[in-house]
Design a protein around this ligand. Structure first.
Ligand SMILES: O=C(O)C(=O)C[C@H](O)[C@H](O)CO
Ligand SMILES: [Mg+2]
Length: 403
C-alpha cells in the first residue's frame, strides 16, 4: 500500500494568499490539494495542522473514500467552510496520488472525458456600462464564448466585481475589512441597461452572465430576473443570500432567467432542497470549499437527476490546484454547464506550474498524470503570508448589510 509518511501545509502569497496541502507516501509519490479560504486562510491551515494531519500519517493513500468518511462522518463537529476546505485538500491530494500511481490524468479515473474541452467564462468589468462592454468586446476577441458583466453603480464609490486590473480581481484588499457602501435601488436599474448595451454591441452569439453577490431580497431578485429576460442571460448568480433555500421558490415563480447559486456552500445539505425542488439551474459549489472531488461527485449526481448543471466557482482566490482538479471534474461530469475562469497573476502561475491550457474559450486539464498542478516550494517560500480580509458592506444609512 502507498503509506502516507508525511503531510505539510504550505502558505504562500504570490499576490494573494494560498494554502496548499502536500501529502507524501513512503515510495516518494506526492499529491497536493488546495485549502484556500479567502480571508480565513490560517484557520484552515491550523485545522489541517492540528487536527487532520496527525490522523493521516500511516494510512493507505489509496483509501480515499475511507479517509473522507473518517474526516467527515467520523467527526462530531461536521460541515462548515473551514472543515470542508481542509477535507477537500486531503481528498484532492489523494486523488492526485492515485492518478499519478496509475500513470493517468485524473479525469480518466473519474470515468474519462465526456467532452473535448471545458467552456469557461471570463470577467468583463468597468466603472461604466460603456467601459464594461468595451472590456467584453476584448474578451470576445480573445475567444471567450461566455462573459460575466459587472459594472460600477452611479453614486457608489465601489461595487462588487469592478476592479482596477482588467484580468484579475482581488476583493480581499486590506488586513482589516474595507467598508463599502451598498444601495439596491441605485444598483437595480444598472444591470438591464448593461445587458441591453452588451447585446447591441456583442450580438447574440456569446453567453452573458451576471453576479448579484447575495444582495437582493427574493422579490427584488424576481424583478431583476424579469427585467433581464429579453437579453437571455446564461445565468443570474447569487441573487439572494441562500441560507434560506425556500426564498428561491419566490424568485422561480416570477422569472425564467436561469439561476446559479452555491459558491459559499460546503456540503450537499446546503443545496439539497434547491436541487430537489428544481429552484436553481446551476450549482456553483466547487472542489476546494465543498469537500473535494469525492463530495462534489455526490452533489453533481444529485443535481443531474433534476437537470441542474455544474458551474464551478473559479475566482482568483481558488488556487491553480483547485482549478486543475476542477477541470478534470468538468471534463468528465455528465451534467457540466460552465466553469468560471479568472486568470491568476504571473507570480501565482510561476509558483503553481500547471498542465491546463486555454484556447478558443475553453480550458483543458492536460494529459499529465495526476491533476497536473505542482507547487514550487522554494519559490512559494519567497512570498510570505500577508493578512488580508474580504470587505464588508453598509447601507447608505450605516446599517450592516450582506457583502
Ligand atoms: O467569482 C465569483 O462569482 C465571486 O463571487 C467571487 C467571490 O467574491 C470571491 O471568490 C470571494 O472570496
Ligand atoms: Mg459569485
Amino acid at each position: 500500500m502507498p503509506k502516507i509518511i508525511d503531510a505539510r501545509v504550505i502558505v504562500t502569497c504570490p499576490g494573494r494568499n494560498f494554502v496548499t496541502l502536500k501529502i507524501v507516501t513512503e515510495d516518494g509519490v506526492h499529491g497536493i490539494g488546495d485549502a484556500t479560504l479567502n480571508g480565513r486562510e490560517l484557520a484552515v491551515a491550523a485545522y489541517l495542522q492540528e487536527h487532520v494531519i496527525p490522523c493521516l500519517i500511516g494510512r493507505d493513500a489509496h483509501k480515499i473514500e475511507d479517509i473522507w468518511q473518517f474526516l467527515y462522518r467520523g467527526a462530531y463537529w461536521r460541515r462548515g467552510p473551514v472543515t470542508m476546505s481542509a477535507i477537500a485538500a486531503v481528498d484532492v491530494a489523494l486523488w492526485d496520488i492515485k492518478a499519478k500511481l496509475a500513470g493517468l490524468p485524473l479525469y480518466q479515473l473519474l470515468g474519462g472525458a465526456s467532452r473535448t474541452g471545458v467552456m469557461v467564462y471570463g470577467h468583463a468589468n468597468g466603472q461604466t456600462v460603456d467601459d464594461t462592454v468595451a472590456q467584453a468586446i476584448k474578451y470576445k476577441a480573445m475567444g471567450y464564448k461566455a462573459i460575466r458583466l459587472q459594472t460600477g453603480v452611479p453614486g457608489l464609490n465601489s461595487t462588487y466585481g469592478v476592479s482596477k486590473d482588467k484580468l484579475f480581481y482581488e476583493p480581499a484588499d486590506a488586513a482589516l475589512p474595507t467598508e463599502n457602501i451598498w444601495s439596491t435601488s441605485r444598483y437595480l436599474p444598472t444591470v438591464p441597461e448593461l445587458f441591453a448595451t452588451a447585446r447591441a454591441e456583442l450580438g447574440w452569439d456569446v453567453h452573458l452572465l451576471h453576479d448579484s453577490h447575495h444582495r437582493l431580497t427574493p422579490i427584488e431578485a424576481a424583478r431583476l430576473g424579469k427585467d433581464l429576460e429579453p437579453y437571455r442571460p446564461f445565468w443570474l448568480e447569487d441573487v439572494t443570500p441562500a441560507e434560506n433555500q425556500e426564498s428561491f421558490r419566490w424568485i422561480r415563480r416570477h422569472t425564467t432567467t436561469p439561476l446559479a447559486v452555491g459558491e459559499v456552500f460546503n456540503t450537499i445539505w446546503d443545496c439539497k432542497q434547491l436541487i430537489e425542488e428544481q429552484l436553481i439551474d446551476f450549482i456553483r459549489t466547487t472542489i476546494v470549499h465543498g469537500g473535494g472531488i469525492t463530495h462534489l461527485r455526490r452533489i453533481a449526481s444529485l443535481a443531474d437527476l433534476y437537470n441542474v448543471r455544474t458551474g464551478f466557482h473559479g475566482a482568483t482566490d481558488l488556487s491553480p490546484v483547485c482549478m486543475g482538479a476542477a477541470l478534470h471534474f468538468d471534463l468528465w461530469v455528465p451534467n457540466f454547464g460552465i466553469q468560471e475562469y479568472m486568470r491568476h497573476t504571473p507570480e501565482t502561475d510561476e509558483v503553481f506550474p500547471h498542465a491546463y491550457t486555454f484556447s478558443d474559450g475553453e480550458l483543458h486539464p492536460g494529459e499529465a498524470a495526476g491533476h497536473g498542478v505542482e507547487i514550487d516550494e522554494d519559490l512559494a517560500a519567497k512570498y510570505p503570508y500577508r493578512p488580508a480580509q474580504l470587505p464588508v458592506n453598509r447601507l447608505e444609512d450605516g446599517s450592516m448589510f450582506n457583502w
